[in-house]
Design a protein. Sequence first.
Length: 542
Amino acid sequence: MITLMSAFPRSIIRRCEQTLLDAEQFPDQLMQDAASKVAEVAEAMLLGPTLFVGPDLFDEDAEMDDPAPLAGYSVLLVVGSGGNGGDALYAGRDLAARGAEVTALILTKAQKRALDAFPGRIVNRIDAVDPRDFDLLVDGVAGLGSTRPLAGEVAHLFAGSIGVPVLSIDVPSGIDADTGTFHPEGLAVFPDVTITFGALRYAHVIAPECGEVIVADIGEDIPVDGTLQRLLYSSHRPLTEAHRAVHTATTPIPPGMLTLEPAHDMFIFQPHPRGNKYTNGVVAVLAGSEQYPGAGVLTTLAALNTNSGLTYYVGDSPEVISACPEVVMRPRLEDVERFDAAVIGPGRGDCSEELAALLRTKVPLVIDADALTALANNDLLKQAVRRREAITILTPHEGEFKRLSDATGTPLERAAALATDLKCIVLLKGRITTIAEWADSVQAPLLTTVDAGSSWGSVPGSGDVLAGVIAALCANVHARMGFILDLLDVCQENYYSPATAVSLHATAAYLSAQTPYGPAPTRATKIAESIGSAIAMQNRGS
């Protein structure tokens, strides 16, 4: 089984699906296989954690004792005309066989064989059903072929299902499978869970509105050389690796299926047995100013809490030394004896000269906030980034990105364009953060996405914390492995990818928002203070 989660365009998905369809041994074999996986996830959503008995989803003895485990549950299928609708109808058949009361709302002409196989109630008018009367809604309207917004009545049906969980098949209807875009008025389905097949679609790594995404493989019993998953990964080199930092959904993942996992490498966080403040990585922080001292505090605090090595603060901010007495303060960059990575920009103001000096160093460099503005306005600095041999990481949000580049398209395409232009790593921040890693050894930038899993980290100063986390992890890797990587002449971008930092930061944000009564608004200082717990949590799960 493939464990690395990658995303593919609609055209590749279609081509590999057609290979399986051409080899079917009976009509709708692939569709019924997909439908059985839809039914498994639907059952998991209905029964929740009680569904698991030991390591198996369905305990055989329990099935014999209770042949109708879904008795008392009601499901509404919203059925379109294509294969997505057929998946829903066959899944409805399987759910009905397990005791559920299943209703199919047929929006247009449905797939005939699937409709004939469906044993439940059929309605043809939207006003004939109230979504609040059901325990689960299944979106079988458009799926992979979705390229336009939902009709208003259908969109309002799903919008009116507040409190009722929604399961989308393949891609939420109304969300474009390749671009992740949807109508600005929200004429799309925003499900709790999306089940897809073989591998992720681009929409799943662009649009957080897809909810928790579960991947199931199909085609095992079709006589071709591989399942859909194997066909996809063998026929097309995936360039997009996907992760999710925090899982907030309560749906159990059925055995044999996959969902996004955090990006983390345990060795980064473990101090060396003979390590000291230098061997664990030294960070230089150039952040904050008289006008914005808080940015310096947040970036420095994040670096300290991420790395057990030494942290230098470049400047004379009394607020930083008061909040972080462990830090070593130096008035100017040239006064810093040595460092393994640096971060510049948060709240720094005009820092063009400092940035130019750092670009001449041979250690990983994180460029954020005001330093990005300096870079955007100075062609000489851009040339210095392009010529730089050491790792350079830009961390723009949407507004900063637009100052740096006029690239258009999806976040994947835009981040890749800027990384190619400046020959660096670009981290385009958002609820789903897109990372493009340019390297001499590859034809196109490697793309990674990290879904934070929640939006609690969208607070002022959160980006300052992230910049400090990235720099600290880079310092750790450079101190431990920099010489080896240079000696082996390997692609260093693979070792300095900020995906681990993004996942760690999102986990810290989530933890900082927790209270004894549930999640609540947080702030950047609490995020920085939660980094240690986030490291422990991620290491426990590795």
